[in-house]
Ligand binder design. Structure first.
Ligand code: HEC
Length: 190
């Protein structure tokens, strides 16, 4: 049935716009709930006090970060506020050195150097387990040693800046990113 009744079409357009606004608002609220620290997918900042590993989850069929028991970095237990300040500083260091020109985070950025989403878990830092991992990563950032085919440049990162970046990378590695990157650090992967 076709009608030229202008009120019919106007009412239809308004109803559609209102309905889609409600859907958009619901999706935005849900997204914010999922991506806020302490939310469904992003642990609160004080997760840097705990062990974070990448394990296969059979129910979801993908690798997921698993938060374990206490595993301090740099011998310090950070409160939520301290961790939040430190991670914000790490983010600023990362932005100031434009790490994303070479690296990717969650797959976004430059494809010259490895993705950093799970860099914290790279087995290369695991030679000394536990707290030593943070130390090795911080040393690498202040004075990069060659690991693979391409060297990482020395970006003149200070020790305090490196610690902040390590905290940022540890927190980042705990984010549930739907199994990305797949099988990172698993035997035979990478
Ligand atoms: C000019 C390009 C470039 C920039 C800019 C750069 N990197 Fe790198 N980075 C590399 C390369 C290349 C490697 C691989 C080094 C190797 O294999 O020896 C690397 C390796 C790394 C690793 C080890 C990755 C892993 O999975 O173990 C970390 C961590 C890292 N970079 C952090 C950073 C951070 C943080 C910044 C910014 C402060 C940064 N990089 C800026 C090129 C860069």
């Amino acid at each position: 049935m076709y009608t030229q009744d202008v009120y019919f079409w106007r009412a239809g357009a308004i109803a559609t716009v209102v309905f889609m606004c409600v859907v958009l608002a619901a999706l935005t609220i849900d997204t914010l709930r999922q991506i806020s620290p302490g939310g469904a997918r992003v642990p609160s900042y004080d997760v840097i006090n705990s062990a974070v590993t990448y394990q296969y989850d059979t129910s979801r069929g993908e690798y997921l970060p698993k938060i374990g028991g206490e595993e301090l970095i740099f011998g310090h237990r950070y409160t939520e506020d301290e961790a939040s300040t430190l991670i914000a500083k790490g983010k600023l260091v990362i932005q100031s050195r434009a790490c994303i020109d070479c690296h990717t985070f969650f797959g976004n950025g430059g494809y010259y150097a490895p993705d950093l989403t799970r860099a914290w878990m790279d087995p290369v830092w695991a030679i000394s387990p536990g707290p030593k991992r943070a130390e090795r990563l911080a040393k690498f950032l202040t004075n990069p040693l060659r690991l693979g085919a391409r060297p990482m440049p020395n970006l003149k990162i200070r020790r305090d800046e490196a610690e902040a970046v390590v905290a940022y990378l540890k927190w980042l590695s705990s984010v549930d990113s739907n199994g990305f990157p797949d099988r990172f650090g698993a035997p035979g992967a990478n």
